[in-house]
Design a protein around this ligand. Structure first.
Ligand SMILES: Nc1ncnc2c1ncn2[C@@H]1O[C@H](COP(=O)(O)OP(=O)(O)OP(=O)(O)O)[C@@H](O)[C@H]1O
Ligand SMILES: [Mg+2]
Length: 356
C-alpha cells in the first residue's frame, strides 16, 4: 500500500482516527473534496484492519448503470440475462472477508440504494447479510466490511430526498473528513517533492512559496498535474530546478488573500529597531510599514519572508519575498516594518501575480 504523505497536525489527526477505526467493524464514511485522498485513506484503513490480507474491492457507484446494479453487486448465473455468458461473483462476493469501498456513494440511484440497504444488515457475527446472485435461488453467506466515500454533502442529499436516510445511517457509523490541501498547506511541499523523486529536479524557494499559496481546488490530483507538467518541461530543458514560473495553474490561477488560511504558526526571528530581536508568531497577521504599505505575513521560507502585498482597500496586489535580514519588527513583535522603498523593492524582487 502507498504510504500516505503528510505530517501536518490536521492530516496526522486523520491518520490517527483512521488507524483507530480500522480494526473495528465500524463503517466509516470518508468525506472530502475531489482529489483529497479518500481512496488512499480507504486503502489505509483496510491495510490496518484484520482484513488486510483479504481483497479490497473499489467500486465507483456513479459508473454503474441502474439496470446493471444487481448483476454488478450481487453477481449473476450464466444465462440469467442475454449478455450473461458466464457465472459472475459480483462485487460483494468478490470482497468476501475483505473490504468493499463504495466510492461516490452519493451518485447511487435511489432504487439501487434500497437494494444495497438490504445486504447491509449484520447477520450472526457477519457484517453483511446473504447475497443472492441474479438468476440464482441460493443465497450466499458473505462477510464484507463497507467503507463509503463521497465528495458531496450526503446529509443535504438526505434532506433533498435524493439519498435514503436509513442507508445514510447504515454507512456512517463515523465520518472522517479529509481536509482540503489548502487546509494543510504544510504538506504541499512534501507531496510535491515526493512526486519529483523520479526526476533529478528540486524546487526553488520561490516555487515552494507559490505551491504553498495556491488554492488547489483539485487538491492532490491538481498538484500531481502541475508538478508533472513542470518536471517534464524542465527535464526536457536539461534543468536542475523548478522555479515559480514553471508552475502553471492555468485557469485555476487564484491566489486571493481572503482564502489564505494560516499555516501552522512558525516563529520568525526578527530584528527590532532597538537592536534586539523578537519572535513574530502568526502567519496571516496584517503587516503595516511605517510608510503605510500593507501586507499579510504568509510564511518564513529558507531565510526569506513571504508577504502578500495589499493596496489601501485591502485588495491583493502581489506577493513579495523579503530576505529576513531586511525585516524589522516592533519591540513587541506585533508590527513588522517592510522596506520604505517598497515600490522599488517590489519591482525588483517580486513576481506580480496580478489577479484579474
Ligand atoms: N496522503 C497522500 N500521500 C500521497 N499521495 C496521495 C495522498 N492522498 C492522495 N494521494 C494521491 O492523490 C491522488 C488522489 O487521491 P484519491 O484518488 O485517493 O482521492 P479522492 O479523494 O478519492 O479523489 P476523487 O474524489 O477525485 O475520487 C491519487 O493519485 C493518490 O495516490
Ligand atoms: Mg476517489
Amino acid at each position: 500500500m502507498q504510504q500516505p504523505i503528510g505530517s501536518s497536525p490536521r492530516f496526522l489527526d486523520i491518520l490517527r482516527m483512521a488507524a483507530h477505526v480500522a480494526p473495528t467493524a465500524l463503517r466509516p464514511l470518508l468525506t472530502g473534496e475531489t482529489g483529497t485522498g479518500k481512496e488512499v485513506l480507504a486503502r489505509y484503513i483496510h491495510a490496518h484492519s484484520p482484513r488486510a490480507e483479504k481483497p479490497f474491492v473499489a467500486v465507483n457507484c456513479g459508473a454503474i448503470p441502474e439496470t446493471l446494479f444487481e448483476a454488478a453487486f450481487f453477481g449473476h448465473k450464466k444465462g440469467a440475462f442475454t449478455s450473461a455468458s458466464a457465472d459472475s461473483m459480483g462485487l460483494i462476493l468478490s470482497a468476501d472477508k475483505g473490504t468493499l469501498f463504495l466510492d461516490e456513494i452519493g451518485e447511487l440511484p435511489l432504487p439501487c440504494q434500497a437494494k444495497l440497504l438490504r445486504v447491509l444488515q449484520p447477520v450472526r457475527g457477519r457484517l453483511t447479510s446473504d447475497v443472492t446472485p441474479v438468476g440464482d435461488t441460493h443465497p450466499r453467506a458473505v462477510d464484507v466490511r463497507i467503507i463509503a466515500a463521497t465528495n458531496v454533502d450526503l446529509w443535504s442529499e438526505v434532506k433533498a430526498k435524493r439519498f435514503r436516510s436509513d442507508l445514510f445511517w447504515r454507512l456512517r457509523d463515523i465520518e472522517i473528513k479529509i481536509p482540503a490541501l489548502r487546509e494543510r498547506r504544510e504538506d504541499i511541499v512534501a507531496l510535491a517533492e515526493s512526486l519529483l523523486e523520479d526526476y533529478d529536479l528540486t524546487l526553488t524557494f520561490r516555487a515552494k512559496a507559490k505551491l504553498r499559496r495556491h488554492r488547489w481546488p483539485g487538491n492532490i490530483r491538481e498538484l500531481q498535474q502541475v508538478i508533472r507538467v513542470a518536471a517534464e518541461f524542465r527535464k526536457f530543458a536539461g534543468a536542475k530546478e523548478i522555479d515559480m514560473e514553471d508552475l502553471l495553474f492555468g485557469e485555476f490561477e487564484d491566489l486571493g488573500v481572503p482564502d489564505l488560511e494560516p499555516v501552522s504558526p512558525r516563529s520568525i526571528p526578527c530584528k527590532t529597531k532597538m537592536g534586539g530581536f523578537v519572535w513574530v508568531e502568526t502567519p496571516g497577521t496584517r503587516l503595516e510599514s511605517t510608510g503605510g504599505d500593507q501586507g499579510v505575513f504568509v510564511e518564513w521560507l529558507d531565510g526569506f519572508v513571504a508577504v502578500e502585498l495589499l493596496d489601501g482597500n485591502g485588495a491583493r496586489r502581489g506577493s513579495a519575498y523579503w530576505p529576513l535580514a531586511d525585516v524589522v519588527a516592533s519591540e513587541d513583535g506585533t508590527k513588522v516594518a517592510i522596506p520604505s522603498d517598497v515600490e522599488a523593492w517590489f519591482a525588483q524582487r517580486t513576481t506580480a501575480l496580478q489577479a484579474g
